[in-house]
Design a protein around this ligand. Structure first.
Ligand code: 2P0
Length: 326
């Protein structure tokens, strides 16, 4: 009744911000992401009859904040297996947690896959999607490899997630410029709920989103980097305009985030195939073609306030780690 799973975080190029149903944690928009090979969440789950409740150790510390969502995912898995045992969950990230690097996406993907394996369940992929989504709306994307589409439109009240481009088909690279390792002050869940309630731009975000998503999918079909660059930066800045226009405002950038954005725009104007995206935190992700990665890394490392850069290629979906033979 014990298993370990590994998942990569992901970064959305066409983003999710806002829910249509908080109870089912249904996103108000679809999304299109890339899975970030190079960064890992490793989660071990053991169901044990001695336990009186579910327990979580996150990066070596007991974490109460994540417990409710974690218990919800575990309850779904227990129901499938017909067991009522509690679980001990140990999860660790090899990148900053809760700082806009999608640790909740990789965390809930790894939790769902490890929990299913520990209970001996062999669930259909879209059931893993549903369970992981109850933990985090971006988590289903970390179950899949490469370019990933989370579709909210084709099955009302549900989400369907799938790979649209395997890593080897279009091997994009992502250089993450870390500008702070502090946990964010407002969680994504709270931030997107207040944007829905208190930004005059929320309806425009939702109504303009399906076109961005359709265009993003066609960029992947055509492997059209420059069109994807314009579109992804537009969608990112639109999400941040929505966040900033929320009352009270959500301003996720640091001065170094903005300096990185301007550097990336200048690199592209100079002919380097790179674009940026930024999530609910101050880190900048520079997406580039492989031949540009050294130039992009060097430029980002030269910017004051960039603490480190992390190199990612497109990664695989979450997997169960084989049990080492004694
Ligand atoms: C995304 N983000 O599409 C967007 C862009 C952050 C900015 O999905 O409430 O942690 O757990 O479903 O998945 C982060 O939100 O939110 C996120 P919940 P989640 O990647």
């Amino acid at each position: 009744m014990r298993a370990t799973a590994v998942a990569h975080p992901n970064v959305a190029l066409i983003k999710y911000w806002g829910k249509s149903d908080t109870e089912k944690n249904l996103p108000a928009t679809g999304s299109l992401s890339v899975t970030l090979g190079g960064l890992h969440t490793r989660t071990t789950i053991e169901f044990n009859e001695q336990l009186k409740q579910d327990q979580l150790l996150l990066d070596g510390k007991a974490d109460a904040a994540a417990d409710l969502r974690m218990v919800r995912c575990l309850d779904e898995l227990r129901q499938h297996a017909g067991v009522s045992l509690f679980a001990n969950v140990e999860s660790a990230n090899d990148f900053p947690t809760g700082a806009g690097l999608a640790s909740s996406a990789s965390g809930f993907a790894a939790l769902t896959v490890a929990g299913a394996a520990a209970l001996g369940l062999s669930l259909p992929p879209q059931e893993l999607v549903r369970i992981s989504r109850l933990g985090s709306g971006s988590a289903p994307r970390s179950l899949f490899a490469g370019g990933v589409w989370l579709d909210i439109a084709s099955s009302p009240g549900e989400t369907i997630c799938s790979t649209v481009s395997e890593p080897a088909r279009w091997p994009l690279e992502v250089i993450v410029a870390v500008t702070s390792v502090e946990k964010k002050a407002v969680s994504s869940t709270a931030g997107m709920e207040s944007s829905r309630a208190a930004s005059p731009y929320f309806d425009g975000w939702v109504s303009s989103h399906p076109q961005d998503l359709a265009d993003g999918l066609s960029c992947f079909t055509d492997k059209d980097f420059m069109r994807l660059a314009d579109l992804a930066e537009h969608n990112c800045l639109k999400m941040h305009a929505l966040a900033m226009s929320t009352r009270p405002p959500l301003l996720y950038w640091s001065p170094a985030t903005l300096a990185c954005m301007q550097a990336v725009m200048q690199l592209r104007a100079d002919g380097v195939p790179v674009f940026f995206t930024v999530d609910a935190g101050p880190q900048l992700k520079a997406v580039c073609l492989p031949e540009a990665s050294a130039t992009v890394r060097e430029r980002l490392q030269s910017i004051p306030g960039v603490l480190q850069t992390l190199d990612c290629t497109l990664g695989q979906g979450a997997w169960v780690e084989p049990v080492a033979k004694a």
